[in-house]
Design a protein around this ligand. Structure first.
Ligand code: UGA
Length: 431
């Protein structure tokens, strides 16, 4: 099949490479010339395990190509997937301007009977607007679909190759038949539903997972006060098959480019349709309040930040990515600096400097090349992200002969081992 993917951000590049690997002829399109020039050389501006190798293979096999030219990309395409960004507007709702701009640019070049499928996260009702807009710019027959994406950063290639499910939202049997046939080789469940249901399913999946994380974070806060250990609570309730042991790990709140944005969008969408008093507004507030609240508690424990040297381990929002969007470090480090601490950070992949496009770091913040130099002289060590390089490090080797706090923000360490080494250990919800 001739497939064109519009938007070469995270979802677009992974989608283009994976569908090419299933033997389709894929073109990735973006209006950013620089991005396209590097993608043609299999270079991506972010770290995602396995992606550059897959791009190299598919480019070499001529299954995949990149362009900035709409006519070249669209005129032979039987399926066009829209994977452009949908940032939040100031009122919290999804800003659909890039979706509509790409639709206006592609529509005049559409081949008869092409399917335009929206992968970008958009609110229910958007497909009707997309359909009207295409109709205003073409005379050929065309179809539309909603094809939401469920991949995770850090395992995006595997998630796309082996998805838990494919959700197809459409109003036309022809679209279901074509897209179902296309996805048969993925050997997974295919859910065929109305576009509104598919769009809602995307928001519901992310909001549910964000709710689950917020829930266990709140249980951890109670454990902190009553002497229970949240890890034991998770083990106990996780054996209930209705609940399960997964995706419950407490921490400094959910981050990344999706959950915070999607929960806010669902909250704003709810308000816009007259459902203000629902869960989603509250979940968003709780997540926003979490880091200031936890950091205040840590500050009280360690006796203030002024003149303290603090090692912050983990800058990305989770392991196996260099993405700092809404990462705990982006909130924790400025807070520490404002309160007079000296910060030494470390991350195996993410660069603070390049993310913020700074020529220099703050005078009181240095990003160190390894853990031993980050923790050298540290009064407080905060382990924020469960990178294996951090959780596998033997901190008993670097213990100094002075009072040192160890804040285990993801409950990844054995309290007894660190306490034995004379650290003042503080986990989360391990009362
Ligand atoms: C998330 C969803 O998991 C994907 O299914 C979805 O496609 C994607 O958003 C999206 O909408 O594009 P992602 O943001 O890559 O994927 O990351 P997750 O692994 O889901 O983690 C999100 C946040 O939750 C991270 O800050 C992580 O540290 C936190 N988290 C996760 C916890 O605090 N506890 C957990 O048990 C799991």
């Amino acid at each position: 099949m001739n497939i064109t993917v519009i938007g070469t951000g995270f979802v677009g590049v992974v989608t283009a490479a994976v569908y090419a690997s299933f033997g389709h002829q894929v073109i990735g399109l973006d209006i950013d010339e620089q991005k396209i020039a590097s993608l043609k050389k299999a270079k991506v501006p972010f770290y995602e395990p396995g992606l550059e190798e897959l791009l190299q293979q598919q480019l070499a096999a001529n299954q995949l190509n990149f362009t900035t030219n709409y006519e070249t990309a669209i005129k032979n395409a039987q399926l066009i997937m829209i994977a452009v960004g949908t940032p939040s507007a100031p009122d919290g709702q999804a800003d659909l301007r890039f979706v509509f701009a790409s639709i206006k640019s592609l529509a005049p070049h559409l081949k008869k009977d092409a399917i335009v499928a929206v992968k970008s996260t958009v609110p229910p009702g958007t497909l009707n607007q997309v359909e009207t807009l295409i109709g205003q710019h073409t005379k050929v027959n065309f179809y539309t679909a909603s094809l939401p994406e469920f991949l995770k950063e850090g395992s995006a290639v595997d998630d796309t190759l082996q998805p838990d499910r494919i959700v197809i939202g459409a109003n036309d049997q022809h679209v279901f038949t074509v897209l179902e046939t296309l996805h048969q080789p993925f050997k997974t469940s295919i859910v065929k539903i109305k576009p509104e249901s598919a769009q809602m399913a995307k928001y519901a999946a992310n909001a549910y997972l964000a709710t689950r994380i917020t829930f266990i974070n709140q249980i951890a806060d109670l454990c902190e006060k009553n002497g229970a250990d949240v890890q034991d609570v998770v083990a106990a309730i996780g054996l209930d098959s209705r609940i399960g042991p997964h995706y419950w790990y407490p921490g400094f709140g959910y981050g990344g480019s999706c959950f915070p944005k999607d929960v806010k969008e669902l909250a704003a969408y709810s308000r816009a349709i007259g459902e203000s008093n629902n869960l989603f507004n509250k979940i968003d507030d709780l997540n926003e309040e979490r880091i200031p609240k936890l950091m205040q508690a840590v500050e009280n424990k360690v006796g203030g930040w002024s003149d303290k040297t603090v090692a912050v381990l983990g800058l990305s929002f989770k392991p196996n990515t260099d993405d700092l969007r809404e990462s705990p470090a982006t909130k924790v480090i400025p807070l520490l600096l404002n309160k007079g601490a000296k910060v030494k950070s470390f991350d195996p992949m993410a660069s603070w400097q390049s993310f913020f496009q700074l020529k220099a770091l703050e005078p009181n913040h240095t990003q160190e090349k390894n853990i031993p130099s980050a923790v050298k002289n540290a009064d407080v060590i905060i382990s924020l992200v469960e990178w294996p390089q951090i959780t596998g490090f033997d901190f008993t080797r670097t213990k100094l002969n002075k009072k040192q706090w160890f804040i285990d923000a993801r409950n990844q360490f054995q309290p007894a081992v660190l306490k034995q080494a004379k650290y003042h250990y503080q986990g989360l919800g391990r009362g």
